[in-house]
Design a protein around this ligand. Structure first.
Ligand code: BGC
Length: 759
């Protein structure tokens, strides 16, 4: 293959090479027939195949495909087999629908629940997001179909997404916003990565050499091609130089010409164009190896899979007095428009034309046996307030043994393309829930939405709450399965549900102004923020109830001390102590007891889902490598593992740690010496090499400063060492005129040079 690619590249004219790097149509690459280079077709995902009937036009009807639950639901499964199986099904549908590359998964972090597109993203945590994305990519690619991991990077809002400049500090970028991409790229090798629309620290993501070339391609060893988000390219030549291989959509003859001109006038090195062409050819020929000639896909089988997956993603948030699963009921009030009109997905490029849609009310009826069901609309999906709908629902709820309230956040409050104005359900929905709960304490709220909603207003009044996300075309059946206990809920939140918007991490820095959004909260998004601030949340990250109970015991670490070269194993026994079978998620967080840089109180570094029959015990094992202990230090430009004590916290949510042990890390890393002329005394002393040089000088400095003074206080009422340690060495030497063989600046430069030479 490599020889073939080199050979074709050599035969290609400049015009052909430039043309290959821009789409021929909105969804197709450019074919070069004389050299046998076929066109490939890309189609949106990520939770279904949106294969437009005519790939030569940007917008057209799409062919029927299975609409699976969206990413925020998938992540709530905390089970990598879920995205993997979904990926396999997507791959099979691509084989039948003639799609070479599916544009997904999306793995942007949920910086704020207000991002309108959160439903297409997995989590507020890069480890969980990365695992989910990698598994989905693996699933699709196992069928010979490519993926496009998107939107790289820092596309965390819809507001002004085509131009906003996300200003993120280097550490937050590496540890939060890039880490999930890094994991997915390294673990699953997506065939393509899609750049984001926005700017990152000043430069458009589509022409961001540090992001696309230095980090993605060079540091992470990414071998696929980088495709632009549709319309994200501003300057084709700058984008090529910045690492963007394919511009979409096409055709864009002027862009192609600009590349040709730039090579002619020497402003673009042809080698850069050649490298992009090679990356493209590699993927195109790989895609061509898999014929897309399936007549059809297993429509019924995929619908059943969509139901199974949806059921595994539903999170039971509240279940007062074990109100669920439903039993001993003769008359059920089913309230809410979304019981009739299933809310299965969000608006925008991921919008699938489903093969069929389960109506939640009908699915309920199928499992209800002798139970009488009575329906009231309760609210409309469009804006407006209608008290009569509420009154009707109240009457129904009063007469029933229990009320089910199906509440879906309407599309005008949550979609690709615009952000949410608030975290609330609509005014009508809140009033409805309160009115129904006032007459019927046995009320169960079933939510459909893509990201956290505020519940403080109404949750105390209701008996139970199920979070059913944007649940895909078979979600109506999945809800019925969970309500009737055919499936024991095992979903856990992949994002924190805050009490109120004002508590959320980005509240003071969202959505930005004058074209800039500053990520002022740095590393602290999601539970990292709520933990650090010790804030009360509605439901913490990792939380979810079950119809059974579990006990954790026998936490074991494979070692109590280790080095950063070793993989380390955490194991814990989980027992189902209840009466029905169920699944529990073991979550492993790491807490660094002491660190040179500020660190979140705990970070998720591993998880495992365990299925257990009543009374059964299984051992869950989770391996942690050096990265689980590391943080990114921008001063060294690398991930750093410090020696010291780390707590291994094992729990069933970020706020419910059931067992913990401490491990001692002995780091073997030798960090470069970064002391310079402006380094403080504290920094000199922290570096053993600096400390060795500085110690003799310290005595001299102290003596000079305190000559003739009260040495306890330095004569100025201060603790001298505390005062000195935050001052640059040079400033002290100059300020106090410490006698030196050379002028102070030269002297310090000499010490620095000596240390840098030695190390
Ligand atoms: C979206 C991408 C999508 C592309 C093609 C863009 O507007 O941001 O996620 O893949 O359109 O539809």
């Amino acid at each position: 293959m490599e020889d073939k690619i080199k050979d074709i590249l050599q035969q290609m004219t400049l015009e052909e090479k430039a043309a290959l790097c821009t789409g021929a149509t909105p969804w197709k690459t450019t074919a070069i027939e004389r050299l046998g280079v076929p066109a490939i077709i890309m189609s949106d995902g990520p939770h279904g195949v949106r294969r437009v009937a005519d790939p030569d036009t940007l917008m057209s009807e799409s062919l029927p495909a299975t609409c699976f639950p969206t990413a925020s639901a998938l992540a709530a499964s905390w089970n990598v087999e879920v995205p993997r199986r979904l990926g396999e099904a997507l791959g099979e549908e691509c084989l039948a629908l003639g799609v070479d590359i599916i544009l997904g998964p999306g793995n942007n972090m949920k910086r704020t629940p207000l991002c309108g597109r959160n439903f297409e993203y997995f989590s507020e945590d890069p480890f969980l997001g990365g695992e989910m994305a990698a598994a989905l990519i693996d699933g699709v690619q196992s069928k010979g179909i490519g993926t496009s991991l998107k939107h790289y990077a820092a596309n965390n809002q819809e507001y002004q997404r085509f131009r906003i400049d996300a200003q993120v500090d280097e550490r937050a970028l590496r540890e939060i916003y890039l880490a999930g991409f890094e994991k997915a790229v390294k673990q699953a090798k997506p065939w393509t990565v899609m750049c984001a629309y926005n700017r990152v620290n000043g430069a458009f993501a589509s022409e961001h050499k540090p992001l696309l070339v230095d980090i993605l391609k060079a540091a992470w060893g990414y071998e696929g091609f980088v495709v632009s988000d549709w319309g994200a390219v501003h300057d084709r030549v700058a984008a090529l130089a910045g690492g963007l291989d394919l511009e979409m959509p096409g055709p864009r003859p002027a862009r192609v010409q600009s590349v040709i001109d730039a090579v002619h006038d020497g402003s673009l090195d042809e080698a850069i164009l050649d490298a992009a062409v090679e990356r493209l050819l590699r993927v195109i020929f790989k895609a061509a190896e898999t014929p897309k000639d399936r007549e059809d896909f297993d429509v019924a089988g995929h619908h059943a899979l969509a139901r199974e997956i949806a059921a595994e993603t539903i999170v039971l948030l509240k279940n007062k007095d074990n109100l669920l699963p439903l039993r001993g009921i003769a008359k059920l009030a089913v309230i809410g428009r979304s019981a009739r009109e299933a809310y299965i997905q969000g608006g925008g490029s991921s919008h699938i034309n489903p093969t069929r849609v389960d109506v939640p009310l009908d699915e309920l009826q199928k499992l209800a046996g002798d139970i009488e069901l009575h329906y009231a609309e309760g609210y409309r999906m469009e804006a407006g307030f209608d008290q009569t709908l509420i009154d009707e629902a109240v009457v129904l709820a009063q007469e029933a043994d229990l009320a089910l309230l199906y509440v879906a956040l309407p599309g005008y409050k949550e979609s690709e393309g615009y952000d949410r104005p608030d975290l609330d359900l609509t005014e009508q929905q809140v009033a409805l829930i309160k009115a129904v709960a006032a007459v019927q304490p046995k009320s169960v709220v079933i939510l459909n939405n893509g990201s956290a909603v505020a519940m403080a207003d109404w949750i105390d009044g209701v008996g139970a709450v199920l979070e059913a996300w944007m649940m895909g075309q078979a979600g109506g059946g999945a809800i019925a399965d969970v309500l009737f206990g055919k499936v024991n809920p095992s979903g856990k939140l992949a994002e924190t549900f805050p009490v109120r918007l004002q508590d959320t991490p980005a509240y003071l820095n969202f959505p930005g102004e004058n074209g800039v959004v500053r990520y002022g909260e740095g590393l602290f998004i999601g539970y990292r923020f709520y933990d650090m601030r010790d804030l009360t949340v509605q439901f913490p990250f990792g939380f979810g109830l079950s119809y059974t109970t579990f006990a954790f015991s026998n936490l074991k670490l494979s070692a109590i001390s280790l080095t950063d070269k070793e993989v380390f194993r955490v194991s814990v026994d989980v027992t189902n102590t209840g009466k029905v079978s169920g699944q529990e998620v073991v979550q492993v967080y790491v807490h660094d007891q002491a660190s040179r840089l500020v660190r979140p109180p705990k970070e998720l570094k591993g998880f495992a889902k365990v299925a257990l029959e009543p009374g059964e015990t299984k051992t869950a094992t989770i391996d942690l490598d050096a990265r689980a202990f590391a943080y990114y230090n921008p001063v060294y430009g690398q991930w750093v593992v410090e020696s010291g004590a780390f707590d291994i916290l094992v729990g069933r949510s970020s706020a419910d740690i059931l067992a913990q042990e401490t491990v001692h890390m002995e780091s073997t890393q030798v960090l470069p010496c970064v002391l310079d002329r402006e380094s403080t005394v504290g920094e000199w002393l922290e570096d053993p090499r600096g400390a060795a040089v500085l110690q003799p000088l310290m005595q001299q400095m102290q003596a000079q400063m305190t000559a003739g003074m009260d040495t306890e206080t330095g004569g100025i009422g201060m603790e001298i060492m505390s005062f000195l340690k935050d001052m640059p060495l040079l400033s002290i030497l100059e300020l106090f005129g410490v006698p030196l063989p050379l002028p102070a600046a030269q002297f310090v430069d000499g010490l620095v040079a000596q240390l840098h030479q030695e190390h």
